[in-house]
Ligand binder design. Structure first.
Ligand code: 5GP
Ligand code: ZN
Length: 112
């Protein structure tokens, strides 16, 4: 989609520090980390603006995203645990309207 930062990252038009890619998803480091480890996992296709639009049609994609998150958490040695966040809509502070999941690890504070 034109003018979507994450679509531009998928295409390589905006550089990013990618750590995983397959036919469905891309994972890259967040440019403004909110935790010692802060990775974004996104579908390559601009299928949904946010988690609000998820239906059973997307079950396989969402399961795959969580599978990738678990694999990355292992590879990043987040052995003590991690947090997955998806902001949906303005009240949650969502700034990029391309579905994405924040993988947060390291020393995390309590949820705000
Ligand atoms: P949201 O607030 O929409 O849930 O999260 C968007 C995230 O994208 C933010 O954490 C922000 O730092 C990150 N972000 C925005 N623009 C870029 C960019 O150009 N590159 C990377 N790597 N992350 C970005
Ligand atoms: Zn997009």
């Amino acid at each position: 989609m034109d003018n979507c930062i994450f679509c531009k990252i998928v295409k390589g038009d905006i550089p990013s520090k990618k750590l995983y890619e397959d036919d469905q998803v891309v994972a890259f480091y967040d440019v403004a980390p909110a935790a010692p480890v802060h990775v974004l996992v996104i579908p390559k296709e601009h299928v949904l603006e946010s988690a609000r639009a998820i239906t059973s049609e997307h079950a396989a994609l969402i399961a795959h995203i969580y599978e990738v998150i678990a694999k990355l958490a292992d590879e990043l040695h987040l052995d003590g645990g991690y947090r997955v966040v998806t902001n949906a809509g303005p009240d949650a502070g969502q700034t990029v309207m391309h579905l994405h999941f924040h993988l947060l690890g390291g020393k995390l504070g309590p949820m705000a």
